[in-house]
Design a protein around this ligand. Structure first.
Ligand SMILES: [Fe+2]
Ligand SMILES: [Fe+2]
Length: 250
C-alpha cells in the first residue's frame, strides 16, 4: 500500500518547519545533508578528473561540470544554513554514511578515479542517477526550497547526462566494447547502490512527509531500465546484479 503523504508538494518553507512535528526537521536536514555531500563529492570528482584525464578535448566540459556541481552543493548547504545547520555540522552527520555502499560511487570518484573511462562511468553513476533521484523525488518535495533548488539543478544535470550518453558511444569506439563492459562491471553496482537501501525506515519517513515520492528500489529500477536501453543500443553487456542491497555483480 502506498504511504500516505502528510504534506503537499512545496507546501512548507523554513519558517514553517519549527511549528510542525520536530521529526520533520530531523528527517529533512538528514536528507539535505546527504544531498549536499553527494553534490560536493561529485564536484571534487570532476576537480580530480582535471588532473587525471589527459584528453584535452574533454577539459572544457569537465571544468563546466565541476563548476556546476560546486554550485549545486552551495545551493543545498544554503538550505541547511537557513535551518540553522552549518556545512561543518551537516558534514559531521555524514561520517558513517559516506563509508556505506550508498556513497561508494561519489567517494570513489572524488578520491580514486583515474582517467577517461572512470570519468565516463562516474558520470553515468552520478549524473544519470542524480537526474532520476532529483527529477523524480525532490522536484515535488513538500519543502518548497528543496523543490526549487531541484529545479535549478535538474537543468544542468540533464546536460551532464547528455555528456555521459555521448561519451558512452565514444568510449566504445575508443577503448573497445570489452573495456567498457569491464568498467561497467565495476561501476554498475556502485551506481545502483547510490540510491540507498530499499524499504528503510528513513525513506518511509521521507515518503510520509512528502520529502521523497518513490522508494529507493523503484528509482534504482528506473535507472537500470534506462541504462539497459542505452547499453543495448551500443551492443554492451549489462552485468547481472544480486537482488539484495548492497547489490554486487553475480
Ligand atoms: Fe549535481
Ligand atoms: Fe551532475
Amino acid at each position: 500500500m502506498p504511504t500516505r503523504r502528510e504534506f503537499a508538494p512545496r507546501s512548507l518553507r523554513a519558517g514553517d518547519v519549527a511549528r510542525i512535528d520536530p521529526n520533520y526537521r530531523r528527517v529533512l536536514t538528514r536528507l539535505l545533508a546527504a544531498h549536499a555531500m553527494a553534490e560536493k563529492l561529485t564536484a571534487l570528482g570532476y576537480h580530480r578528473a582535471l588532473e587525471t584525464v589527459d584528453n584535452s578535448a574533454l577539459r572544457e566540459v569537465i571544468e563546466k561540470n565541476y563548476h556546476e556541481e560546486h554550485k549545486h552543493a552551495r545551493l543545498i548547504y544554503r538550505l541547511l544554513e537557513a535551518l540553522g545547520i552549518s556545512e561543518k555540522q551537516a558534514d559531521r552527520t555524514m561520517t558513517i554514511l559516506v563509508k556505506s555502499p550508498s556513497f561508494e560511487a561519489p567517494m570513489y570518484f572524488a578520491q580514486e578515479a583515474e582517467g577517461e573511462l572512470d570519468l565516463l562511468m562516474a558520470s553515468i553513476a552520478l549524473d544519470a542517477t542524480g537526474l532520476v533521484m532529483i527529477g523524480v523525488n525532490y522536484r515535488d518535495s513538500s519543502y518548497a526550497p528543496h523543490a526549487e533548488a531541484a529545479e535549478i539543478i535538474l537543468e544542468e544535470e540533464a546536460d551532464h547526462d547528455v555528456f555521459a550518453t555521448e561519451q558512452l558511444g565514444r568510449a566504445v569506439a575508443r577503448f573497445g566494447a570489452e573495456s567498457v563492459n569491464a568498467a561497467l562491471r565495476e561501476w554498475l553496482p556502485r551506481a545502483v547502490n547510490f540510491f540507498g537501501p530499499p524499504g528503510s525506515g528513513f525513506t518511509y519517513d521521507c515518503l510520509r512527509y512528502g520529502l521523497k515520492s518513490r522508494d529507493n528500489q523503484e528509482l534504482a529500477d528506473l535507472f537500470l531500465a534506462m541504462i539497459e536501453k542505452r547499453c543495448g543500443q551500443l551492443g554492451l553487456d549489462l552485468p547481472d546484479l544480486s537482488k539484495e542491497y548492497p547489490r554486487a555483480v553475480v
